[in-house]
Design a protein around this ligand. Structure first.
Ligand code: ADP
Length: 320
């Protein structure tokens, strides 16, 4: 008896904490009314008051039928809501599994990509110490400088990634051309063995409402790649950046006549740490960061082009 009562109490607490708590409360009141009706019927039978008995049983029967109907509807609704919640949990679980796998890969690559250049710098310092000529030292110092640039790029990518996932979107008016010029200025240090023509098709004073920090990271990564993956065999290397705004949609296209991307790599290049060519000396994180940011801005990124012909990256996102 105690067990049954304690189970009933547990069930009641569960239902009253559920999504249909209010309805279950009313159903409990109805059950009390129901029991009282039964009690009254017994008394009426014992006292032989047939007319009132018929009326009371009629009411109790009617309320009982309504009660059963309500229980069925409410249970169905509870089951549906539990199913919905469980499908949300399944999706969240899958997301967590993905994050876990990425974290494993991340820890492995971070240690590998950070330790690689550090080990190389340590070795080069030893060589510089025992170098016999100035030229030998100069070569080593150049290599040390290249390793530190690589380390810096890696740390920058990780910071961009973490900032994107941790900080909220901060909308401000952004003059797109001004921002592109800022990015181009910050990339001047990049070494180019040849002159690459840079064309810009963006309306003057095109001001959009967006997150400037995130837009800058997108532009920096795409423009840097367009420079990095130029084709030495082409006579007129060029990069063409176009942007436009129609209604709430901002469109950015970055086209180059560089080495292009193999068809089978066109999806993979957006994966974490994926490098699609021996020419890459980077982290393989740049386009992953760009994709994560574009998705945070509720946008899309796609790549077009052919191997040996060039590539075009098209970014679309909503601006206010
Ligand atoms: P990284 O440049 O460090 O390798 P990214 O994530 O920026 O990493 O790019 C991933 C890969 O996509 C590169 O290794 C390269 O194969 C390819 N890629 C990116 N941009 C271009 C481009 N403009 N032209 C040709 N290949 C590109």
């Amino acid at each position: 008896m105690f067990f049954a009562v304690s189970k009933t109490a547990k069930l009641r607490n569960l239902l009253l904490a559920g999504p249909n708590a209010q309805r279950w409360k009313w159903l409990i009141y109805m059950m009390v009314f129901f029991l009282a009706g039964y009690g009254a019927s017994i008394v009426l039978v014992l006292t032989n008051q047939v007319d009132i008995l018929l009326m009371v049983t009629g009411i109790v029967f009617f309320v009982g039928a309504f009660f059963v109907l309500l229980v069925v509807i409410t249970t169905k609704s509870d089951v549906k809501q539990i199913k919905d919640a469980s499908s949300v949990l399944t999706t969240k679980n899958k997301e967590l599994e993905k994050i876990n796998t990425e974290l494993d890969l991340f820890a492995y690559r971070v240690s590998h990509d950070l330790r690689g250049p550090i080990a190389s710098i340590r070795g080069l310092i030893q060589i510089v110490r025992s170098a016999k000529s100035k030229e030998e030292s100069e070569v080593c110092l150049e290599k040390i400088s290249a390793s530190t640039i690589k380390l810096d790029g890696f740390i920058q990518d990780i910071l961009d990634l973490s900032r994107n996932s941790r900080t909220e979107i901060a909308i401000e008016p952004v003059d797109v051309r001004v921002m592109i010029n800022e990015v181009m200025d910050s990339l001047r240090y990049m070494e180019h063995d040849r002159n690459i023509e840079f064309r810009m098709n963006c309306a003057k004073s095109l001001v959009i409402q967006t997150d400037p920090v995130r837009l800058k990271i997108i532009l920096t990564n795409l423009i840097t790649n367009a420079y990095k993956y130029q084709d030495a065999k082409k006579e007129n290397p060029m990069i063409e950046l176009s942007c436009s705004k129609a209604d709430q949609n901002f469109n950015l296209s970055l086209k180059d006549n560089g080495i292009g991307i193999k068809d089978e790599y066109k999806d993979k290049i957006f994966e974490m740490f994926f490098r699609g060519t021996d020419r890459s000396v980077g982290t393989g994180l740049g386009l992953y960061v760009v994709k994560e940011i574009v998705e945070k801005l509720n946008g899309t990124i796609q790549v077009k082009g052919d191997l040996d012909q060039g590539s075009e990256f098209i970014v679309d996102f909503i601006v206010s």
